[in-house]
Design a protein around this ligand. Structure first.
Ligand SMILES: O=P(O)(O)OC[C@H]1O[C@](O)(CO)[C@@H](O)[C@@H]1O
Length: 247
């Protein structure tokens, strides 16, 4: 894992944007793995700016999102479909047929998980996967205890995750109790992974990732087994990390 330490949220977003733009320009048919939550919002803003400046095009890009809430229709303002559309998709020249998120409103959720896996494989796997870091170490919606061998699956959300995400809903009671998420093994099959970490509230989780052991109790720790992970973290998130890390 390489860690790039940056000053703040803005510079984290700019760095991640530059990284993705380079990858998009280098590949014929780039496949991006995208995340939701607060962390990548700045990255998406930067990508839109670059697109508007004519510095990048998404017309040959395919995207796969990590997760979606169970029970929310695509048009629901709290769905990740809606989030992605508002924050990125509708502002750039991505083809709608190249955009993929799990369908949390599918009648047969198990079949939906299998189909999602198949479409990632059909696209030739994710080239660069963007990840955020949950306070409890979750990646996607893979909560502590999720087997490292998990594929795309339906998950019961931790109370702590529902609390953390309640800020996007009217109340915690409105936060769905389940989600579909790419599994840990599915995420690990991405050719490259970029983990974005910002803010003091993530500092403990980042320190545990860097200094702690690899364990299913802390899902992000699996990233230490991936050959090509770059962490872009800001000063506040790095307060418990003393040295430059290269492992
Ligand atoms: O970026 P945030 O909002 O801190 O969330 C961290 C992670 O938690 C999730 O929002 C899921 O709870 C992920 O999508 C995200 O990567």
């Amino acid at each position: 894992m390489d860690i790039i330490r940056v000053k703040n949220y803005q510079t984290m977003s700019e760095k991640a944007c530059g990284y993705l733009v380079d990858k998009i320009q280098a590949a014929q048919k780039p496949v991006l793995g995208l995340a939701t939550g607060s962390t990548p919002e700045g990255l998406y803003k930067q990508l839109i700016e670059k697109y508007q400046e004519g510095a990048v095009s998404f017309k040959d890009v395919s995207t796969f999102n990590l997760d979606e809430y169970v029970g929310l229709e695509r048009k629901d303002p709290n769905s990740y479909h809606y989030y992605m559309n508002e924050k990125l998709f509708k502002h750039v020249d991505l083809s709608i047929e190249n955009v993929h998120l799990p369908n949390g409103a599918a009648g047969d959720l198990q079949q939906e998980c299998r189909d999602y896996e198949a479409s990632i494989k059909q696209a030739g796997d994710v080239d660069v996967q963007i990840l955020g870091l949950g306070l409890n170490g979750h990646i996607g919606f893979n909560e502590p205890g999720t087997p490292f061998s998990s594929r795309t699956h339906v998950v019961d959300l931790d109370e702590s995750t529902r609390e953390a995400n309640a800020r996007f809903f009217e109340s915690k009671a409105d936060v769905p109790t389940q989600a579909i998420t790419m599994g840990i093994e599915s995420i690990m099959e991405s050719k490259e992974i970029v983990l974005l970490v910002s803010g003091a509230k993530k500092a403990e989780a980042l320190a545990r990732l860097i200094n702690g052991e690899i364990s299913e109790d802390f899902p992000a720790s699996v990233l230490k087994q991936h050959p090509q992970v770059t962490i872009i973290a800001d000063e506040e998130a790095c307060v418990h990390i003393r040295e430059h890390v290269h492992s």
